[in-house]
Design a protein around this ligand. Structure first.
Ligand SMILES: [Cu+2]
Length: 283
């Protein structure tokens, strides 16, 4: 009787907590941006970020267990072998059993870490199932986005402090965000135009260096649901390095079509010229 009385309020508290957590998660999923005093990672969006988050959680458990074990061992050793109780120190130098254990156990731990780690590494490296391609170019100090199949390209600059409107985030908003349809796999071709930059959007778990004269490839798995994902260049690329944020806006298929229609008028690049095709085929 006493137990069931206890369980009821506990159950209510747990469901209240999970409801609050759900609200927080849904609020942050709408705009995946860093927050003051944030402790954890951004809420993961899409299959890559979910796997990266799972790996992070696994590693957190392993490193915490190792740290606690080493700490306890140290405390025990300090206490057990303190000078007052050990006037004559032990001369032991070898213990085959312990030596085998402290070699084999770390190997097993590393294998346990390596399996999901390599799986994720190869998964996020590239995809053959991309729905569309976007070319991302890093420049001092802005980003250029090109939709080769739509013949659309534009630059994306940070909005200065004095031009921010109500609710906009300082150092994170841009004039023209990268607009993508929700629920798509997008292949990103990433390149630098002057120095090395890095295309980094934590909530989508994408980070790729943009190197001059070399096209790197990666992909993002944009989940369903309209959301805004914020990122920044995270390669120290020059004096205005911190002023080249990335904004990816995931919108519904209809909104994307409407945006594309406008973009085709405003940012039309025209068809690719034959010389560019030749260059591309040489690569
Ligand atoms: Cu940069």
């Amino acid at each position: 009787m006493r137990n069931s009385n206890l369980v009821k309020p506990l159950g209510a508290v747990t469901s209240l907590l999970s409801f609050v957590a759900m609200l927080v998660m849904s609020a942050t999923a709408m705009a995946a941006a860093p927050e003051p005093w944030q402790m954890g990672l951004h809420p993961p969006a899409g299959s890559i970020a979910e796997q990266a988050n799972d790996l992070h959680n696994l590693l957190l458990v392993i490193i915490t267990a190792i740290s606690v074990f080493v700490l306890l061992l140290l405390v025990y050793t300090c206490f057990r072998f303190r000078e007052s109780k050990n006037k004559v120190a032990s001369k032991t130098t070898h213990n085959p059993l312990i030596e085998v254990l402290w070699t084999v156990i770390p190997v097993i731990i590393l294998v346990v870490i390596a399996i999901p780690s390599f799986r994720l590494l190869y998964y996020q490296d590239r995809t053959d199932l991309a729905d569309m391609v976007i070319k991302v170019t890093g420049a001092q100090w802005y980003w250029s986005y090109e939709y080769p199949d739509e013949q659309v390209a534009f630059d994306s600059y940070m909005i200065e402090d004095e031009d921010l409107t109500e609710g906009q985030q300082r150092l994170l908003e841009v004039d023209y965000p990268l607009v993508v349809p929700e629920g798509t796999r997008i292949k990103l071709l990433v390149e630098g135009i002057d120095v090395m930059h890095s295309f980094f959007v934590p909530s989508l778990a994408v980070q790729k260096y943009t190197v001059v004269g070399r096209t790197n490839e990666t992909w993002i798995d944009v989940p369903m649901g309209e959301a805004t994902y914020y990122g920044q260049c995270n390669q120290i690329c020059g004096t205005n390095h911190s002023y080249m944020p990335i904004v990816i806006k995931a919108v519904s298929a209809e909104n994307y079509a409407a945006w594309l229609e406008g973009a085709k008028e405003e940012f039309a690049t025209g068809p690719i010229t034959p010389s560019e095709v030749e260059l591309a085929s040489v690569e």
